[in-house]
Design a protein around this ligand. Structure first.
Ligand SMILES: Cc1cc2nc3c(=O)[nH]c(=O)nc-3n(C[C@H](O)[C@H](O)[C@H](O)COP(=O)(O)OP(=O)(O)OC[C@H]3O[C@@H](n4cnc5c(N)ncnc54)[C@H](O)[C@@H]3O)c2cc1C
Length: 385
């Protein structure tokens, strides 16, 4: 989000300094790895307009960079017809129900009676995450941004009689700017508490990404090249997948479980074994004969998500003594990557213009992302995305 915001602000002609605590492209936060899904299928109707804006901006960035980070693929939603979230996601995506899903992809899926299967043919795909980050760093620098990694921000302060904001690093350096955009992922609650004494209910959660071996002879059927979809299965276990792409012969299939963690002292694996067992059972039941489950996943990668109680993002001015000088983008709740360029543009416009005009014109309803929705109800509600 920070890299996209830096690019968006620099593209507007602002002088931009992007500070990153670790090495660029590190694996310690939320945005590393080879793949993220982009899809319109959201149960909450306020997300598809943001996805559409983001998709346009992904296209613009790719055109600027001269290479692709988005591989198009269809998106399949499946699950029991009684699942209200599934039906809403299908409706909001404008996805078409299909009867032949069993046959369409080489009889890969075994779909129980009473299940819905719906496919969005266009607009979905797989984003290469780390490559996309590198692309936005490069584009931001090309537009004049300065990028400093291995620089940890420990303070954000307003000085009396001075306009703007000062940012203080762990090495004691101070940078002064008219505005500051804060996008620190799983560290958001900690940093906001220390600079603004505000408790935000954003919980860091660690998750494990799993890659499974495809059975010999079946490899091509499950590739993006062969038209295999990204999919989400809304049964008892919520399972999602991207087609075989980044590791030939392997496919990413995960559930949405995770365990709360402290981003500075996580154990990198709790809950991974039971998640692998649940996903293996799901594969055996609904995708039999195509993926090896006996030995478990062959690659596991740890990643963190910053969860809000309602799984809606936080995109707002920090307020208090900072007023509109500090803009916060946080709590992307394990579904933010696809929105990166849209969020970056929103944050940059809020910082520069005081309002996110491009997003509003694109139909994005920003009131869902306000900090004050947590007031008096810090646990929020628990509606899923
Ligand atoms: C397993 C998994 C699967 C996912 N799948 C999808 C998907 O399919 N589709 C989708 O759209 N989204 C998906 N997501 C969610 C998406 O990846 C995140 O919402 C998104 O990457 C969040 O980005 P961020 O910029 O908020 O956090 P980060 O990428 O973690 O960025 C925050 C940065 O701030 C830095 N930082 C922290 N503290 C400081 C400090 N004090 N000073 C300076 N720098 C600091 C960190 O080092 C980090 O680089 C998934 C996430 C996970 C973990």
């Amino acid at each position: 989000m920070g890299s996209c915001a830096a690019h968006a602000a620099a593209s507007r002609g602002a002088s931009v300094l992007l500070l990153e605590r670790f090495d660029l492209l590190h694996h310690l936060g939320s945005s590393h790895g080879e793949s993220r899904t982009i899809r319109d299928a959201y149960a909450k109707a306020h997300y598809p307009p943001m996805v559409r804006l983001a998709r346009r901006l992904w296209g613009d960035a790719q055109a600027d960079a001269g290479y692709r980070v988005l591989t198009p693929s269809p998106n399949l939603c499946l699950g029991p017809r009684s699942n209200a979230r599934l039906l809403a996601a299908v409706r909001n995506a404008g996805a078409g129900e299909v009867d032949d899903v069993g046959e369409r992809w080489g009889c890969v899926f075994r779909v129980p009676d009473g299940w819905v299967t719906a496919v969005s043919e266009i607009g979905g795909g797989v984003l290469n995450a780390t490559k996309a980050l590198a692309m936005f760093h490069t584009l931001a620098v090309k537009k004049g941004a300065v990028v400093r990694d291995n620089t940890e921000v420990v303070g954000i302060v307003k000085k009396e009689g001075e306009d703007g904001v000062r940012v203080v690093t762990s090495k004691g350096e101070e940078f002064h700017g008219a505005k500051c955009i804060v996008t620190v992922g799983a560290w958001a609650s900690k940093l906001v508490k220390s600079v603004a004494f505000m408790e935000l209910p954003i919980q860091p959660v660690q998750k494990t990404t799993m890659y499974w071996k495809i059975k010999p002879g079946r490899e091509h059927e499950l590739t993006a090249e062969a038209g295999f979809p990204t999919f989400s299965s809304y049964g008892d276990t919520f399972v999602y997948s991207t087609p075989s792409l980044e590791f030939p012969g392997l496919i990413k299939i995960n559930d949405d479980s995770g365990s709360p963690c402290d981003p500075d002292s996580r154990d990198w694996g709790s809950g991974a074994a039971s998640a692998a067992e649940r996903v293996a059972r799901w594969i055996q039941e609904f995708m039999p004969g195509h993926v090896e489950t006996a030995g478990g996943p062959v690659i596991r990668q740890s990643c963190m998500c910053a969860m809000t109680p309602d799984k809606d993002f936080v995109i707002d001015f920090l307020g208090g003594e900072f007023g509109q000088d500090v803009v916060l983008g946080a709590g992307f709740s394990c579904h933010g990557f696809k929105m990166g360029p849209a969020v970056g543009m929103i944050l940059a416009e809020m910082a520069i213009d005081g309002e996110a005009r491009t997003a509003v014109e694109a139909g994005v309803e920003l009131h869902h992302f306000k900090i004050n929705r947590f007031e008096g109800n810090p646990a929020g509600n628990t509606n899923k995305d």
